[in-house]
Write a protein that binds this ligand. Sequence first.
Ligand code: NAP
Length: 459
Amino acid sequence: MTTYLIEFSYLAASILFILGLKGLSHPETARRGMHLAELGMLMAVIGTLMHHEIVSYEWIIAGLLIGSTIGAMMAIWVPMTAMPQRTALSHAFGAFAAALVGIAEYYRHGSELGQFKMSAIGLEVMLGALTTTGSLLAFAKLQGLVRGTPMTYRGQNVFNMTLLAATVGCFVYLIFVPTAAPFFYVMMGLAFLFGIMLVMPIGAADMPVVMSLLNSYAGLAAAATGFALSNNVLIIAGTLDGFSGFILSVLMCRAMNRSMTNVLFGAFGSASPEAEALDGQQGTMREVGLEDVAVQLAYANQVVFVPGYGMATAQAQHIVRELAAILEKKGVSVKYAIHPVAGRMPGHMNVLLAEANVPYSSLYELEQINPEFSSTDVAIVIGANDVVNPDARDNPKSPIAGMPILEVDRARSVVVLKRGKGKGFAGIENPLFFKPVTGMLYGDAKDSLTKLVQAVQHV
Ligand code: NAP
């Protein structure tokens, strides 16, 4: 009977995970998808707790209490803008757990393992170990604990490839000779080292892509754990996690017009000599006054808001919505342009604007809004930089050449809200700020928008 209950809860959990992922594919259903996945996780935990091999619950309950407390504190206090590094930490913990299970299984049954179980345990420890150290380094880079720029040295790719080959070599040898314990521990050590070496040359700008790739490895490590422990829900959930993470990495690369190899081995973010030479040679920026912008907005037919990372740090989404409502009352058509990699995680802008109750029908994706800029009176860029950089379109030598951008420079007037001359995530200059059509409104985005709301009401 208990076995049936366990299998039923695992089946229900797997179905809920799949429905959850489906829900996450659209902003309107994302919240429901998240709740379904949470319910799925609860079912999986309950099913596991019913397992007859559990001899005592004290340690499990202690672990549940400590883990849930830490998780709840992180969910409550970590700001949205720090979500990538929070996710990196979660991956590190998840992958470390998978690696530890694999190490324990090998320690207990090493001499009796068949080829299939050895392959599963080897894969679990290898992927788990490299994901642990890789994710910890990604966390440190994103949090600014270590330098975010790529750390490179001569022969780095050759060294990394040799290290990977040695790790995989140990793994393959173990499949044929599972009793060769020294090879197991060498493989584990090399995999931990490889995780660091893999992430070292990757700049902070590419870290979100790397994060979702590490997420994919952690998922595959969990799936391998499922094979090692003969646990169906781990196999299904791990595979879903592994492949959705991989697809997400590919989609992010596509949105930045970069190849996966370029992200992993391109040391992107260390400015090229050409890009550095261009810096500071763009002319002067034209500053605009608040009253001037308010008049432009109040008399416009169409205004497009272009949010970016700065809107997230300023938490300006609510005041954007307020300004939009005032403009709409004055008969202005208001739209929001959403770039797929604006902010610091996929869907970042959608989440923030949904939180401020901006209707989904006002959100326009890149392909939908770009043809509209030429008939837009004012494009208001709110803390966005790289995603509106015309160099990606016009300058083949730019490090972000080919990345699809929101073509705000085609609007009749562009107003950029930012605090100063800070660069975007890619660390390069933006010619948009020097174009005659562009006016700079300096200050924190939330402060500027609050003042704009008052000014527009008096026009
Ligand atoms: P961005 O290029 O990082 O630029 C953000 C701008 O916001 C900065 O220039 C900064 O200038 C301004 N800013 C910061 N705080 C502000 C505040 N409180 N008020 C007003 N302005 C503020 O942002 P983005 O245009 O959204 O581009 C996202 C970048 O992340 C892209 O390079 C993208 O490739 C990368 N990325 C994103 C993802 C993803 O999943 N979303 C994944 C991978 C990579 P000041 O300092 O002068 O204010």
